[in-house]
Design a protein. Structure first.
Length: 347
């Protein structure tokens, strides 16, 4: 008699999901700083909702929930930047970049809570590397780490390269990030000549990777920023990737490529550019297929296997997933009391 087979293994995929995770905690790219002038405001979609992105007259960038805490107008449709505040179009209540209500231009008393706490959800925003970044925490907690110093992006001289790109994948950030430790796929999906060895180490929100004994060395700073340095023939080029969830199963991947500003005509400059072409998957005469062409086919169609059947040639997928778990926090839920609204504060 043949042995009974494990039907769960055969049937499990029906019940799997493509992106079974909430939107993670972390710093995320919003847009390039030079796209937002003082006094400007626009609607952006990221982190599973719409936001109003604005820059005050004084130059501070803000990212606000669109719906006014007063009577719910969408401030990205008709709202305005007034000095340092975002002004709602409906009754001209004004908010600062931290979500405090700073002005109610009529009535004798503001609701008392406006003196105690912000009433509009805004995300902490910093500008770094010529980009606007926001801190996402589902329970509105303050940042627990800072964005790192990246010399290639921040030193005024010494580095060059303005190639960058933006791609959208129909999956979650974790599935994309898992590629970093899944070195076996480099050989089979990308046609790399070998499966490079990978060493990964983890320290709080930072994961350090060394792929191919120094060929690719880099760090992930939470789920939204990776800096990888590729070294060939003694020349290093840098890929900075900044990934932002648009929704829980749609992710925008952005990358900037930089290298040392070698003089024109040097071999080093040639090699730097070749490495960058290779990262993008566009190097002439190379067999290797860059992520643009092939990873997306996988990401856009796969399901997440929480209990994968791994073999000894696989990279540290499970350790990576353990590390990534720290970025998941469930959002608190509240049900609005529609039938019995809170009474107005007594005079
Ligand atoms: S709804 Fe925004 S001020 Fe009234
Ligand atoms: Fe890949």
């Amino acid at each position: 008699m043949s042995k009974p087979i494990n039907l769960k293994i055969l049937l499990e995929s029906k019940n799997l999901e493509r992106a079974p995770f909430p939107i993670p905690v972390g710093w995320f790219f919003v847009d390039f700083s030079d796209t937002l002038k003082p006094g400007e405001l626009r609607n952006v979609e990221l982190l599973g909702q719409e936001w109003v992105l604005f820059r005050t007259e004084g130059g501070t960038a803000g990212l606000s929930d669109p719906y006014c805490p007063h009577l719910g107008a969408h401030m990205g449709h008709g709202g305005k930047v007034c000095g340092e505040h975002l002004r709602c179009p409906f009754h001209h209540w004004e908010y600062n970049t931290e979500g405090w209500c700073k002005s109610v231009p009529y009535g004798k008393r503001k609701p008392p809570i406006t003196n105690l706490q912000p009433i509009l959800r805004t995300l902490p925003v910093v500008e770094k590397y010529g980009m606007i970044w926001c801190w996402h925490h589902p329970a509105c907690e303050a940042p627990t780490w800072e964005l790192p110093y990246i010399p290639e992006m921040e030193d005024a001289t010494g580095f060059a390269g303005n190639r960058r790109g933006s791609w959208t994948a129909n999956t979650c950030v974790q599935e994309i990030a898992e590629n970093g430790v899944d070195t076996a796929h480099l050989k089979f999906l990308h046609n790399a000549p070998i499966i490079p060895p990978v060493e990964a180490s983890y320290d709080g929100p930072v994961m350090t990777l060394n792929i191919g004994q120094g060929y690719i060395v880099g760090k992930s700073y939470g789920p939204g920023l990776n800096v990888l340095r590729f070294t060939q023939e003694g020349v290093t080029a840098t890929m900075m990737s900044y990934t932002v969830p648009i929704t829980k199963d749609k992710t925008q991947m952005n990358m900037s490529f930089r290298h040392v500003a070698y003089p024109e005509g040097t071999k080093e400059l040639y090699v730097s550019k070749k490495i960058i072409d290779h990262m993008i998957g566009a190097a002439e005469g190379e067999e290797s297929a860059g992520f643009e062409s092939v990873d997306f086919i996988v990401w856009n169609n796969k399901k997440y296997r929480p209990n994968p059947l791994l073999c000894d040639g696989d990279g540290p997928v499970i350790q990576f997933r353990q590390w990534f778990k720290q970025f998941y926090v469930e959002a608190p839920t509240f049900s609005p009391n529609v039938a019995n609204p809170a009474p107005a504060e007594a005079a």
